[in-house]
Design a protein around this ligand. Sequence first.
Ligand code: DX5
Length: 230
Amino acid sequence: MPATVEIVPSVLPADHSRLGEEALALEKAGVDRIQWDVMDGNFVPNLTFGPDVIAAVRPHVSVPFEAHLMVNNPDELLPRYVEAGCEWLLIHVESTVHLHRTLTRVAECGGRAAVALNPSTPAEAIRNVLDLVDMVLVMTVNPGFGGQAYIASMEPKVAQVATMIAATGRHIDLQVDGGINSSTVAGAAAAGANILVAGSALYKDPEGLEHAVADLRERAEAAYQAPTAA
Ligand code: DX5
């Protein structure tokens, strides 16, 4: 099944005093799902959304949610994020000693498992867990904050992960997150990413969210190169 290009907003730059309305605005703007950047102040130097905040927003929109768990020891809280209404849980390789067990636990809790790589972590780190996930996230910023510059040197790693995915013969989405905007989205898509996460680029567009989402989608679709097995 050919991969579809999807545009996924990070709500980190949204107005946190109106998250229900902000989620509705994103849904109306045509996003494919919403990513919640969950940060614990330890794995990354920032603190954001707990499961109760996500659960409060859940009934306001129908678009799927995913939780990007930038937290140490994610096993403790991961069931809460599934209960809060997140379909995908993105687990960082660097956040748990027993990654295989944690990803297995995501499925046991009823979630869809995804694995995330920080910029300095090699693609090889996910080779032995690809059978447990239906999405891989390659970070193109060092996690913790929105509005950072895209790390273009990650594109060869995106391509390497795309090749590893193709070799499995399974459909596994390839997500890129960090610094995605109208200037960088084509490079990420051409390298093999079909799920593009954007935060500040969406909220900075003078023509509004709908234009920003449509523009990123159009640029990504024009540039997307499906991965080929090695
Ligand atoms: C960074 C977050 C990213 C970030 C994206 O830790 O994981 O999702 O919010 O924001 P932009 O698109 O502004 O880089």
